[in-house]
Each structure stands twice: as structure tokens, then as C-alpha cells.
Ligand binder design. Structure first.
Ligand code: HEC
Length: 241
């Protein structure tokens, strides 16, 4: 011993044993460890460079602020289109308490009400109805609502001098009714960070209306829909409890 080379700290290093590939060295040595010049494979480097180049047009296209390009916006558009098609199916709804109650027990249509809510109401009532500027819609206390029909009134005409805007002129009757049913359905759900209850606790919503026999063709339509939609089962369950 004693003949081994010393590193910069003066510590002896074992000589390198075994085969040394004859790749060219970079000339760098750290603590006696020499660095080979092994470049990354060409295909890897080109993929890397290619992905960087791809990123710029991609970011410009999707995040450049142009309308209707993000997945969310395209989804919203498709959804709106779909709602219009669906509305053709139910025709114009009556704007009354009975209709709000009826659709409270129709999960498929509540989804339409939900999309109206997501588009117009979350800014003040929170994504899950827990309340922001507007009150919490998930608890049992309401400020302007004593009966389920009042929800529709509040939606149509607003409340608190416009702090809750009137939607009569901005939403179609179907949107108003289904949004009202959806708001009613929020009652009793859990909202993350919900605001404390405001107003007075009111009686529970009415039970699902008994299966009435509507006009013959309408009834046929409905049974067809129930049979084809798998989500019709929860309706029956909810109605039964
Ligand atoms: C600009 C903010 C704002 C928007 C947007 C808004 N609301 Fe409101 N909303 C309020 C405020 C504020 C109140 C409470 C009014 C009061 O103090 O009497 C309220 C009250 C309500 C109430 C009555 C709650 C209660 O306790 O009496 C309902 C129901 C309601 N909003 C539903 C909706 C729906 C559905 C939408 C979407 C179509 C919507 N709001 C959009 C601000 C808003």
C-alpha cells in the first residue's frame, strides 16, 4: 500500500479494478471518480426536446384565454346543448309548487337543475350550496322560504332588495323550476365549510306526490323513460321512504 493515488482530501484510493469501458472521459473527476462521457440516446433527447417544443403551442392554444377551448368549457357547451334537447322532451313546465315537488323526486331532472345551479348560483351560494354571499342552502333554516313553493318565488323575484337577484328574465321557466327542485334537494346534504344556519327552521319538504295518472301520451312517455334510464331506481326508492 502507500502507492495508491490520493484524492484531494489526502485519502488513499483503491485502484480501479476490472474492465474499464473505453468510452471517452469528460475529464471531470470528483473525489477520484472520473466521469465518462456517455450521452443520452438520441431518441430520448429528441423526445425531450420535442415535448418542450410541443408545450408552447399547446399552452397558447388551451391557456391563451380564447373562448371555448378548455375541457371545462367544451363540457359546459355540450351540457347546455344536451339540456336544450332534454327540454324538448318535457315541454314547458308549469311554474308552480306541485311541479317543484314532482321534480324533487326525479334524479335525472335534478341533474339539469344542478347544471343551472352550477352555472348561475355557485358564485354566491357555493359549489355545494354551503353559502358564500348567499345563505347556506343545505340546512333546515331559511330566510325567505317557509314552504317549498317559496323557493321558486325567491328564484323568480329575488330577495333582500336584489342581493339575491331575480332570475325570471334570465332563466327559462324549465330552468327555474328544475333549479328550484335542485335547491330543495340540497337540504340535508353535507356542504364543506357551510355557513351557519340563517333564518328559521321550517317543516320538512312534502313527500313525493302519489303516482298520478297524467294524460295518456305523457304517461306512456314517462314509463318509457323510466324503463330506459337506469337512474330511475333511486326515484322509486326515495319515493318509498
Ligand atoms: C349575487 C349573489 C347571488 C346569486 C348569483 C344567487 N343568489 Fe341566491 N341569494 C343571495 C343572497 C344574498 C340571498 C339571501 C337573501 C336574504 O338575505 O334574504 C339569497 C337567497 C337565496 C334563496 C333563499 C334562501 C333563504 O334562506 O331564504 C334561495 C333559494 C336562493 N338564493 C337560490 C339561488 C339560486 C337557485 C341561484 C341561481 C339561479 C341564486 N340563488 C343565485 C345571493 C345570490
Amino acid at each position: 500500500m502507500g502507492n495508491n493515488p490520493k484524492n484531494q482530501d489526502g485519502i488513499e484510493q483503491e485502484p480501479i479494478v476490472g474492465e474499464i469501458p473505453d468510452d471517452p472521459l469528460t475529464g471531470h473527476a470528483y473525489d477520484g471518480i472520473q466521469e465518462f462521457d456517455n450521452p443520452l440516446p438520441g431518441w430520448w433527447k429528441w423526445m425531450f426536446i420535442g415535448s418542450i417544443m410541443f408545450a408552447f403551442p399547446y399552452a397558447a392554444f388551451y391557456h391563451g384565454g380564447a373562448e371555448g377551448r378548455t375541457a371545462t368549457e367544451r363540457y359546459d357547451k355540450a351540457l347546455a346543448e344536451n339540456i336544450r334537447l332534454q327540454f324538448a322532451e318535457i315541454g314547458e313546465l308549469k311554474m308552480d309548487r306541485a311541479t317543484v315537488v314532482k321534480f324533487l323526486y326525479e334524479p335525472n331532472w335534478l341533474r339539469v337543475g344542478k347544471s343551472v345551479f352550477k352555472t348561475n348560483c355557485v358564485s354566491c351560494h357555493g359549489a355545494d350550496g354551503g353559502g358564500l354571499v348567499g345563505p347556506n342552502l343545505t340546512d333546515d333554516a331559511y330566510k325567505n322560504v317557509k314552504d317549498i313553493g317559496d323557493i321558486l318565488n325567491v328564484l323568480e323575484n329575488g330577495a333582500a332588495g336584489g342581493a339575491m337577484p331575480a332570475w325570471k328574465t334570465r332563466l327559462s321557466p324549465n330552468e327555474l323550476v328544475l333549479a328550484a327542485s335542485y335547491v330543495a334537494s340540497l337540504r340535508g346534504t353535507e356542504a364543506a365549510d357551510g355557513k351557519p344556519a340563517e333564518g328559521r327552521v321550517i317543516a320538512p319538504w312534502p313527500e313525493a306526490p302519489p303516482e298520478e295518472a297524467p294524460a295518456a301520451d305523457e304517461a306512456a312517455d314517462e314509463t318509457k323513460e323510466d324503463a330506459s334510464e337506469d337512474a330511475s331506481e333511486p326515484t322509486a326508492e326515495k319515493a318509498a321512504t
